[in-house]
Design a protein around this ligand. Sequence first.
Ligand code: MG
Length: 144
Amino acid sequence: MSSLKEKNKRILIVDDEVDVLDFLKIYLESLGWEVTTVPAIRQAFDELDKQAYFLVITDIAMPDMDGYEFISKIKEKNYGSQIALMTGFGYNPKHTLVKIYKTIRYPCLFKPFNRAKVAEAVQNAFDNYNNGSAAQAVDPNSQN
Ligand SMILES: [Mg+2]
């Protein structure tokens, strides 16, 4: 039995741009979410191993691993988190983004952010997490 109070409100945000991390942390905490930010995917796995997050929001273009590989690994390891992606203006849509849309269909947030869309994506992820819909996602491994 769980009350609203006891629900997991933790969001993990992964981006190599510190400004993006700062903005999302301040904004989402102002809405009552608990936000942890990390600048590299290696650290994201450390956090995910420590505690459960209902949502991971990750940049697609990261220096240590691309976002597609990252979310594939999150699924492999069964962390159970919902996933949303971020991408910046100027990112080449012929590469990772299209691959992600075609195979996984996670929500994607475009920079610069529309606050209402960020808030909505987070709330939807929270609802899906608590309704036990592991994902509106297709397993990327089954597509290959
Ligand atoms: Mg980046």
